[in-house]
Design a binder for this molecule. Structure first.
Ligand SMILES: NC(=O)c1ccc[n+]([C@@H]2O[C@H](COP(=O)([O-])OP(=O)(O)OC[C@H]3O[C@@H](n4cnc5c(N)ncnc54)[C@H](OP(=O)(O)O)[C@@H]3O)[C@@H](O)[C@H]2O)c1
Length: 230
């Protein structure tokens, strides 16, 4: 599996160099770190959008990210990028997107889940529709792609630790944007599958509520996995 991933990265790097892009990763937590470092390995230039762009955490992350990675405020990062990744807490994503400025024509990858914790370690689904739809409505001229929200951050970095291929559900209204994101998923050693338009994003977001509640009640790491069956 490791060899397979290296081979895929090599293969995709060759074509990716022709289409290396600037990617703004908004949020410097676990998912921002996992996706930022992975996308950098694909030849993209990463700008971490952080509320504290000069803080040690963001600067440290940029330093350990391959290539010419840097930090900026979220809006400065987004305006310099062709692709914007949302890796912030799910219940603030609408406000975060509205603060990013004009996202028209950009691919916006939404990795968030609308999780609310009313009591310790018990989660519920926090919105009426889905974060995917909320993000698309907040940035109507952006190409929003829901992706990566069903997979844990360690699996984003090391899919080979899983006992089989890990599928990443993708949803969105723009076929070309989904195709681009699917290529990035494949280059990580993961398997993309297209679920449909952004209106189905809640299917995938709800999976996170189920996974987390199981994880905490069973007191062991738990992830809901999509997998092909023969
Ligand atoms: N953890 C997982 O395995 C996983 C997997 C798939 C999807 N997700 C989803 O991905 C999102 C990020 O998860 P995570 O585990 O990376 O969370 P995290 O470790 O808490 O990181 C979130 C980051 O967002 C920024 N942030 C925090 N509060 C904010 C606020 N009020 N306004 C704006 N930015 C804020 C912070 O970066 P700065 O301080 O630099 O601004 C923070 O480091 C969540 O929606 C989660 O549901 C998580």
């Amino acid at each position: 599996m490791i060899l397979q991933k290296l081979f895929l990265i090599g293969l995709l790097l060759a074509s990716a160099c022709a289409s290396a892009e600037t990617i703004a990763v908004i949020g410097t937590g676990n998912v921002g770190m996992a996706l930022g470092t992975e996308f950098a390995q694909q030849g993209h230039t990463i700008i971490y959008g952080s509320r504290s762009p000069l803080g040690l955490k963001a600067l440290d992350l940029a330093k350990k990210t391959q290539g010419d990675a840097s930090t900026a405020t979220p809006s400065a990062a987004a305006s310099a990028a062709e692709i914007v990744v949302l890796a912030v807490p799910g219940m603030v994503v609408e406000d975060v997107v509205k603060g990013l400025g004009n996202l028209a024509g950009k691919i916006v990858i939404d990795a968030t889940n609308p999780l609310v914790m009313d009591e310790p370690m018990v989660f519920r689904y926090g919105v009426a529709t889905s974060n995917g739809e909320i993000v698309q409505a907040a940035a109507p001229d952006a190409f929003v792609v829901k992706a990566f929200n069903t997979i844990s951050w360690p699996s984003m970095i090391s899919p080979e630790d899983s006992e089989g291929p890990l599928y990443v559900a993708i949803a969105g209204n723009h076929p070309a944007a989904k195709e681009k994101v699917a290529g990035m998923v494949t280059a990580m050693g993961l398997v993309p599958f297209d679920l449909g338009p952004i209106e189905v994003a809640h299917w995938t977001e709800y999976a996170a509520v189920v996974a987390l509640n199981n994880q905490f009640s069973a007191r062991q790491n738990f992830e809901l996995v999509f997998r092909a069956t023969d």
